[in-house]
Design a protein around this ligand. Structure first.
Ligand code: AMP
Length: 108
């Protein structure tokens, strides 16, 4: 997607502090962290939001959660929050599906 900031990160057009990457996902530190640890887990496939998920994306969504589990463990997080904002009213600012992984000190 041309004007999508997360697609630009995925394509390497703009830099990000990546903490995890495989063929289907990338995870990087949020530029404006709301907690000590604030990482975004992002599918490389451009999906606008949860509203745009299809049957075919089921496995990808599962992978996002498993990546969150691994990254949380790598960061020694005993407890944490996983947040998905959906739509402008739901607080979604970037129209590319992403899972927020936040350490427990998050103010959300
Ligand atoms: P949301 O409100 O759920 O759409 O969250 C979008 C998140 O993306 C916000 O927490 C932003 O701080 C974060 N963000 C926006 N641009 C960047 C960027 N270039 N690198 C890292 N995080 C970003």
């Amino acid at each position: 997607m041309e004007d999508c900031i997360f697609c630009k990160i995925i394509n390497g057009e703009i830099p990000a502090s990546k903490v995890f990457e495989n063929e289907r996902l990338v995870a990087f530190n949020d530029i404006n962290p709301k907690a000590r640890v604030h990482i975004l887990i992002v599918p490389k496939k451009h999906i606008e939001s949860v509203k745009h998920l299809e049957e075919i994306d089921k496995e990808l969504v599962g992978e996002m959660f498993l990546a969150a589990q691994k990254i949380a463990k790598d960061n020694n997080l005993e407890g944490y929050k996983l947040v998905v904002n959906v739509g402008r009213e739901g607080g979604q600012l970037v129209d590319h599906l992403h899972l927020h992984l936040l350490s427990a000190d998050a103010i959300i």
